[in-house]
Design a protein. Structure first.
Ligand code: ZN
Length: 504
């Protein structure tokens, strides 16, 4: 490579690495805020975060990055698509475009509006007061539209918003995947409901915190989550933060009267964390050194939480250990009863408490409603009623109020309307597709799981997905692994095999 090109590439890398470092530092401050910061630190912490965010935004939108990228265009085209440098330049171009198209003043105005909206929502939800947030939400829809309109080449107004968390996905792709999935799910949910209620009272006895945490971390460690490069703390809402490839932290939440909360949130976050820990170490310090999209991230948390952690073979191995940990609570409960309890399907009002099947219906309701809001076919004032109507139609339940209806999720009240929800269900769809691919390569995986061994599965996922960080988009990963586009069939197969009631 000509010396001049090398100089440009080095300078680009230096700048991108600085931006990535700032973003990691923000992550660490957020981790501290949600795990251990005393409440007296809140005001200053908000200032620290804002300062770092501002500096990062300035650096990310510096015209010099645009000039460097322009100068490297020919060079990138001459490199193999899969090479680190070509991938880095591709990703940097995408992020630079996204950061610079929305005028800084509009973006800053929106950030201030979103933080005001969040504060109103925090009061409005417990008070069941949709009227209080309504004018804020109307402005949010307006801001979301204005920011999306900065990308006039998009086919659908939601596309630029979706692109932020799931690059390459569009409203049209998601809509058609979801429409087909919904057709499959609604009858399956109905069959589960008709089969009668499952007794899950065994999960709601008293389970002391220490033993719960000990059991969860033991499983996470056996999955392959590396505690020498990670740690687990507690927070109100469980999350994962990657401070670097060598420092990926998870949190969990313990409920002494619900065994599934801490356990499955630990397995879920361990899945996110193993993805981040599995990135090739030499990508560290570049924007490539992190998971590629929200959907691929969710595919890994769901794969380890649900496909592995709620499977029968998994519990054939672990249930005797769980019984030994909680002999009084579970000694008289057999494996089959426990397995049914952790996989109970029941339409409910709250997305975050939903079972793995109905969960998707919650997501689709929100996705459809946010598209209608952005398209202007649904007015914010009619949103609560539209919400109830869809829940009635899709899940057969109706919230008694807006608190457990339209006000339940924070997403529309601390960010844009649009782009927030699709990743959860896309992640579910991908989880089954990636798992099927791993088993196709290594048919021994289910049997190994029955013996508490996960090395083959973990290695396959590291090799096929984790190591690449953000080099490939979700669509490219799917294409590389299956030779085609994202399809729902593996996920539908997985759900049907697991959840179709006997005789159903
Ligand atoms: Zn997650």
């Amino acid at each position: 490579m000509a010396q001049e090109k090398q100089g440009k590439l080095d300078e680009l890398k230096r700048r991108l690495s600085e931006i990535a470092d700032l973003s990691r530092a923000e992550g660490l401050l957020a981790w501290d805020q949600f795990t251990s910061m005393p409440s007296g630190g809140a005001e200053a912490r908000a200032r620290h975060m804002a300062a770092l965010g501002r500096i990062r935004h300035e650096k990310a939108t510096d015209p010099e990055i645009g000039r460097l990228l322009d100068g490297l265009e020919g060079h990138a085209a001459s490199l193999p698509y899969e090479s680190d440098d070509a991938s880095l330049i591709r990703l940097a171009r995408r992020e630079y475009e996204r950061a610079t198209r929305v005028p800084t003043e509009l973006y800053a105005e929106f950030i201030a509006h979103a933080s005001a909206t969040y504060q109103v929502w925090e009061q409005a939800r417990p008070a069941n007061d949709f009227a209080a947030v309504r004018p804020y939400l109307e402005k949010t829809v307006e801001y979301s539209r204005r920011m999306a309109e900065c990308f006039p080449e998009a086919d659908h107004i939601a596309d630029p918003l979706i692109d932020v968390s799931d690059p390459g996905m569009t409203a049209e792709t998601v809509r058609s995947l979801f429409a087909r999935l919904r057709e499959e799910l609604v009858p399956l949910v109905r069959a589960c409901v008709d089969a009668g209620t499952v007794d899950d009272s065994c999960l709601h006895k008293h389970y002391p915190e220490t033993e719960q945490l000990e059991f969860g971390t033991r499983v996470a460690r056996q999955f392959g989550y590396d505690f020498d490069r990670g740690r687990q703390d507690q927070s109100k809402h469980p999350f994962t933060v990657a401070v670097s490839v060598g420092d990926v932290r998870i949190t969990t939440r313990v409920n002494e009267y619900d065994l599934s909360e801490a356990l499955f949130s630990t397995l879920h976050e361990a899945g996110h964390a193993m993805y981040e820990q599995g990135v090739r170490p030499d990508l560290e310090g570049t924007p490539l050194a992190t998971g590629t999209s929200m959907a691929v991230h969710e595919s890994q948390s769901r794969l380890w939480e649900n496909i592995v952690g709620r499977s029968y073979p998994f519990w054939e191995y672990y249930y005797p250990q769980l019984q030994a940990t909680f002999p009084e609570q579970l000694g008289q409960v057999d494996l089959d009863a426990f397995y049914r309890a952790i996989n109970r399907v029941r339409p409910s009002l709250i997305r975050t408490d939903a079972d793995e099947l109905t969960y998707n219906l919650h997501v689709m309701v929100r996705f459809d409603l946010e598209l209608e809001l952005l398209e202007g076919t649904l007015a914010v004032k009619d949103l609560p009623e539209a919400w109830h109507a869809r829940y009635q139609a899709d899940l057969g339940v109706r919230a008694p109020d807006d608190r457990d209806g339209v006000l339940q999720d924070v997403h529309w009240f601390d960010g844009t309307v649009g782009g927030a929800f699709q990743g959860y269900t896309l992640g579910n769809i991908m989880s089954a597709l990636f798992y099927e691919e791993a088993v196709r390569q290594h048919p021994s995986i289910p049997e190994e799981m029955r013996q508490g061994r996960f090395t083959t599965l973990h290695s396959r996922l590291r090799e096929s997905i984790y190591q690449h960080g953000s080099k490939f988009t979700a669509g490219e990963l799917v294409e590389r692994l299956t030779g085609g586009e994202l399809v729902i069939e593996p996920y539908v197969r997985y759900l049907r095999e697991k959840l179709t009631p006997p005789g159903g």
